[in-house]
Design a protein around this ligand. Structure first.
Ligand SMILES: Nc1nc2c(ncn2[C@@H]2O[C@H](COP(=O)(O)OP(=O)(O)OP(=O)(O)O)[C@@H](O)[C@H]2O)c(=O)[nH]1
Ligand SMILES: [Mg+2]
Length: 243
């Protein structure tokens, strides 16, 4: 039994999935992995199942959902599963190597050694950054992060970051039924909820790399959800408790 588990949501990640799993299991610290696959038509889940059968029966797990139900609900499904199994440190990471698995150890240390309740792999603090992203995407992400901070007052530089370590008590205290966003804005809302409940969030600098293989799921509807959604979230946050 490990104290830590990495949730990796997947939708059509057959080019990446085996490599990312191997990269996590090659780390000096012992992490378990939960894949939450949304019925990927490319057969991502079958690759995971064969790795479970061949070599990682004790440390690799999969939850399969019927269709593409969104990143936010995939993580919430994963959180509930991991809490129920008793893990102390629960991580979020993308499958596409945008997040360097080696940074998992630094996120872990921020919580396990430095006393943070939640740590966030941050692109927009000193020593953090972005590689291989076209300029328009960098600007969009940076300004989106500034916009979100102005609207929400969230004291986090990289508000949309998806490379996160939660200590168990954070996910236990947040009532996950109250998380409303289903797309990428989910990442903002989770930080907002943790901050509102008084948890200590520590940012850890990371270099984020654009996906090399596989297909992007980014779409304009994701931005639409977030743009006005965060205004509503801030407003409701004056009256609503996430507990
Ligand atoms: N289970 C599940 N996983 C998803 C869904 N949407 C995206 N993902 C996964 O979430 C992670 C992040 O998605 P990406 O497509 O990499 O999103 P992005 O990083 O904003 O965009 P690109 O890197 O440009 O593709 C990846 O591991 C995806 O496979 C979804 O609806 N359900
Ligand atoms: Mg990506």
């Amino acid at each position: 039994m490990s104290d830590s588990i990495v949730i990796i949501p997947t939708y059509n990640e057959k080019e990446n999935i085996a490599n990312i799993i191997e990269a996590v299991f090659a780390l000096p610290k012992d992490f378990h992995i939960l894949i939450v696959d949304d019925g990927s038509p490319d057969g991502t889940a079958a690759i995971v199942r064969s790795l479970m059968a061949d070599k990682y029966g004790d440390s690799l797990f999969i939850e399969e959902r019927k269709g593409k139900l969104g990143l936010g609900t995939a993580y919430i499904h994963g959180f509930r599963w991991c809490l129920q199994k008793g893990y102390e440190y629960i991580f979020e990471m993308d499958a596409d190597f945008s997040h360097n698995p080696k940074d998992l150890v630094r996120l872990y240390d921020a919580c396990a050694k430095d006393g943070a309740d939640m740590s966030v792999g941050s692109r927009y603090i000193k020593d953090g950054g972005v590689e291989n992203w076209p300029l328009d995407r960098i600007l969009l992400s940076k300004y989106a992060s500034v916009y979100v901070r102005i609207v929400t007052w969230l004291p986090v530089k990289d508000t949309t970051a998806g490379f996160v370590c939660y200590t168990r008590k954070v996910l236990e205290k947040i009532d996950l039924n109250k998380i409303e966003f289903i797309g990428y804005a989910f990442q903002i809302e989770m930080k907002f909820a943790a901050w509102q409940l008084g948890f200590k969030i520590q940012e850890v600098p990371i270099i984020f790399t654009d996906r090399v293989v596989g297909v992007s799921k980014m779409s304009t509807s994701i931005f639409k959800e977030a743009f006005l959604g965060v205004v509503a979230m801030r407003w409701k946050g004056f009256f609503k408790s996430y507990e």
